[in-house]
Design a protein. Structure first.
Length: 347
């Protein structure tokens, strides 16, 4: 089968779609509460449950892929430094979002609240040394990442018993929205797929992704271990079905990228999705700013929160996506200008 391209667009499409559904998900706060509880509202909530797994799985995929390719090209050290710089940016933006939501200077505990960006950043920082160490041996990296991913999901319910300083990483008792148990499991499953892609054969990636879907089915339908806390929200089955659907979606996107011919890949809708996929962190930050943070007394939620019917909701969601797109585009251009200046100075 065809070797994967340098940039596997299917995963950019996955992240881009996740950004769009994330904006739609958060915009549900504009609906009147009875509509959020309606059948359609609950169906959207169920669909939006795939957003976080898509982000975290893709993050793990690219982390492993970049390290494996860096090792094969002799640029492993440079790739690690670049990855660390990128992770520092993720954690910085995560802190800005917490600052936006909470009075972190009066109550510094909120700076450590683990939301989606903190989860991704911390999970990748923890995983990076292993990825860099095993990058020259992608088959070993793939096996180790798979074992760690399965172990994370299987052991996560026991995290409910963790208290004290480590509770924020193990459960939601301290206000964490995305504790590393179980969400870091998606990083390692994604990394196992990324290491497979680094081997350079599309067929291997397809077969491995299908195998991950089967693994999700086992977690979904398999028995629970003895001693699981009765009130645990993170039983393996709760994520097994997401893994099945997520891997199925990845297979569909890979088929579209490599099997469906035509000029549609360069069309405006595809470029639009890819744009958000390549700038997913900025998309996360700016849609939150427009939705909740008051710019000169205005925010979407202040004017329309809990007040909209379905028609207004869809119009406002489109407007929120458009505003986010414009800000991300401006930020990307400024970032390119800054990068060009820094490269010129280094010459």
């Amino acid at each position: 089968m065809t070797a994967p391209a340098d940039r596997i667009r299917a995963f950019d499409w996955l992240r881009g779609l996740a950004v769009l559904f994330m904006i739609q998900c958060h915009a549900l706060s504009l609906l009147r509460p009875p509509l959020r509880d309606s059948a359609l509202g609950q169906q959207l909530v169920w669909l939006d449950g795939l957003v976080a797994p898509s982000f975290i799985f893709s993050a793990g995929f690219f982390l492993a892929l970049v390290q494996v390719r860096g090792a094969s090209s002799g640029s492993r050290g440079r790739r690690v430094v670049k990855t660390l710089r990128r992770l520092a940016e993720v954690l910085f933006v995560a802190t800005l979002v917490n600052w936006m939501w909470f009075p972190i200077f009066r109550e510094p505990k909120w700076i450590l609240r683990v939301d989606i960006l903190q989860c991704i950043g911390l999970a990748l920082v923890i995983a990076l040394p292993l990825m860099a160490l095993l990058a020259p041996r992608p088959l070993v990296l793939r096996a180790v990442a798979l074992v760690l991913g399965v172990a994370t999901f299987v052991l996560s319910p026991y995290g409910e018993n963790v208290h004290g300083a480590w509770a924020a990483l193990a459960n939601q008792s301290t206000g964490a929205v995305f504790p590393l148990l179980p969400w870091a499991g998606y990083v390692y499953l994604g990394a196992s797929a990324g290491a497979t892609a680094g081997l350079g054969e599309l067929g291997r990636l397809v077969r491995w992704t299908a195998g991950l879907a089967f693994l999700g089915l086992v977690l979904w339908k398999g028995p629970s271990l003895p001693g699981y806390p009765a009130a645990s929200a993170w039983l393996p089955g709760n994520h097994g079905n997401r893994i099945v659907i997520l891997c199925g979606l990845v297979l569909v996107l890979l088929a579209l990228e490599y099997r469906v011919r035509g000029g549609w890949k360069g069309s405006a809708p595809v470029r639009f999705v890819e744009f958000f996929g390549a700038s997913s962190m900025a998309g996360y930050f700016f849609h939150e700013m427009f939705l909740y943070y008051e710019w000169f007394g205005f925010s979407f939620h202040r004017y329309w929160g809990d007040r909209c019917g379905w028609s207004n909701y869809w119009v406002l969601t489109g407007a929120l996506i458009a505003c986010t797109y414009l800000m991300v585009m401006v930020t990307d251009r400024l970032y390119r200008i800054y990068g060009g200046v820094m490269r010129a100075r280094s010459l």
